[in-house]
Design a binder for this molecule. Structure first.
Ligand code: CTP
Length: 462
């Protein structure tokens, strides 16, 4: 990636040695690399190694008059196209989340307006600790891209998530953030680059789990792959992406802010909290029903099988269509096993969506659109139906994002302000709409989980 400048902050963990390999890969592909070594990082790798590999001076201290005269520390972070924090230790993540600036690395991170990719590595218990989970959530909310650590045996002898991902995977994520359409050796910005800059895209993905009792739930076979691919493609196109994910085993795509939920009620609350958005792509296979009364203790086997009484879940897409803060472009998916187009057209009308992407989900589990890696869809709009041949879910995501960007650009030309979610309402109006009663079902779910709405970020204006 000639012409690209990376600022690499090396934190103090045993995985710091992999930062050397990362520098080598980035240089091999033509990127310029400048390293900042924390005091902790210097316990594991030397400034000399990083300088030799990067071909650049390594910065270590906030109080280096020579370095400050040469290039101010604020300038150092702003001159980069991407800041990578690798390894991002629990301590460094906590400082970033709290906005501390007590050394060169944290000061740069607080001062930068350059995208940041943090690559955590730590002991599994530290990774799972509530404080780290909270810090990760805060950082994602602030727009920091955070890679999921790998799972496996760790230097400390324990096993689980917390290992630093391998350097090629880190460099691939960095390249994706820089706008390339494919990891490694891609020297041109991807075709989608910047096409959604300044837009907020909300994506729902995966199944929902509806509790029967503390150990059992109702679910469906959705893998979340299509929704995650769309979130990834939207982030590559420069959008701010909120990915509301049901329970799936997928890594967060780089650059996306992920909100994990379990049930349809939680998903509805998370969607509502993420507004305002320019576009919503509702890919989740939301469970239509939930048990009327989830037991709070495990149901025990008896002489007769229990009867489950089901009640209908809120239709999140239909609610969003009626919401005063409805995204300008609202896209639903339709999972059908028969009469695909007719059902999708009926959903377009009944749910108030602008487009429906219809999939045929018939076929054996894992190979059909539900769970498989490829999909053949029909894009159903008021203007007509377009059939897309069977391609990978990533390719469908790229095509859909390209269509979204075209539609937003065309509407913006017609009505310069109509499609700009942030321009739609003055700050006071946002406050007012935040105070409005949410639709009934959302209000009900908010009552069930007051924290979910209480922790909703303030409406943003940009
Ligand atoms: N959807 C939703 N909330 C629900 C059910 C569905 O937001 N409670 C959204 C899905 O995310 C998708 C669209 O509605 O974008 C269609 O979902 P689908 O499961 O195909 O349709 P249903 O409305 O559930 O109808 P049916 O199961 O009868 O086909």
């Amino acid at each position: 990636m000639p012409g690209v400048n990376i600022l690499l902050i090396v934190g103090g963990g045993i995985a710091a040695y992999k930062a050397c390999e990362l520098v080598r890969l980035m240089r091999r592909d033509g990127a310029g690399v400048t390293c900042v070594l924390t005091d902790g990082g210097a316990q594991f790798v030397t400034a000399m190694s990083l300088a030799a590999l990067s071909g650049n001076r390594v910065h270590t201290s906030l109080w280096d008059a020579g370095a400050e005269a040469e290039i101010g520390h604020i300038q150092l972070s702003r001159a980069a196209d991407l800041v990578i924090v690798c390894p991002a230790t629990a301590d460094l993540l906590a400082k970033m989340a709290a906005g501390l600036a007590d050394d060169l690395a944290t000061t740069l991170l607080l001062a930068t307006d350059t995208p940041v990719l943090a690559v955590p590595a730590m002991n599994v218990r530290m990774w799972n600790h509530a404080a780290t989970r909270r810090n990760i959530g805060w950082l994602r909310e602030a727009g920091v891209a955070i890679m999921e650590p790998d799972e496996g045996p760790m230097a400390c002898g324990e096993f689980g998530p917390g290992r630093l991902p391998e350097p090629p995977a880190i460099w691939a994520s960095a390249q994706a953030m820089l706008g390339g359409s494919h990891p490694l050796a891609n020297t041109k910005p991807g075709p989608l680059a910047h096409s959604l800059s300044g837009r907020h895209v909300l994506v729902t993905a995966g199944p929902t789990h509806e509790a029967i009792d503390p150990v059992r739930y109702l679910a469906n076979r959705s893998s979340g792959k299509q929704g995650f691919a769309i979130a990834e493609a939207a982030a590559k196109a420069g959008a701010r992406v909120t990915l509301v994910a049901g329970p799936v085993a997928l890594a967060t795509p780089p650059g996306c802010e992920r909100v994990d939920v379990e049930s349809a009620a939680e998903m509805a609350a998370a969607v509502h909290a993420a507004l305002q958005a320019d576009v919503a792509v509702m890919v989740a296979a939301v469970a239509d029903w939930r048990p009327a009364n989830a037991a709070d203790r495990k149901l025990k086997k008896g002489t007769t099988a229990p009867q489950l009484e089901l009640v209908e879940n809120p239709d999140i897409l239909a609610q969003l269509a009626r919401d005063p803060r409805r995204p300008a472009l609202l896209i639903g998916f339709a999972a059908e096993t028969h009469d695909v187009v007719a059902h999708a057209q009926a959903k377009l009308a009944s749910k108030g969506a602008d487009w429906i992407v219809a999939n045929d989900v018939s076929g054996p589990p894992g190979t059909s659109a539900m769970g498989g890696d490829a999909n053949a869809v029909q894009l159903v709009r008021a203007e007509g139906v377009e059939a897309w041949e069977r391609v990978s879910k990533h390719e469908i995501a790229r095509r859909l994002v390209a269509r979204i960007a075209e539609a937003l650009a065309a509407s913006a030309q017609q009505q310069p302000e109509a499609l700009d979610a942030s321009a739609q309402q003055e700050p006071e109006a946002l406050d007012a709409s935040a105070q409005q009663e949410p639709p009934e079902a959302l209000a009900a779910s908010a009552q069930q989980q007051p924290e979910a709405l209480a922790s909703a970020p303030e409406p943003r204006d940009g």
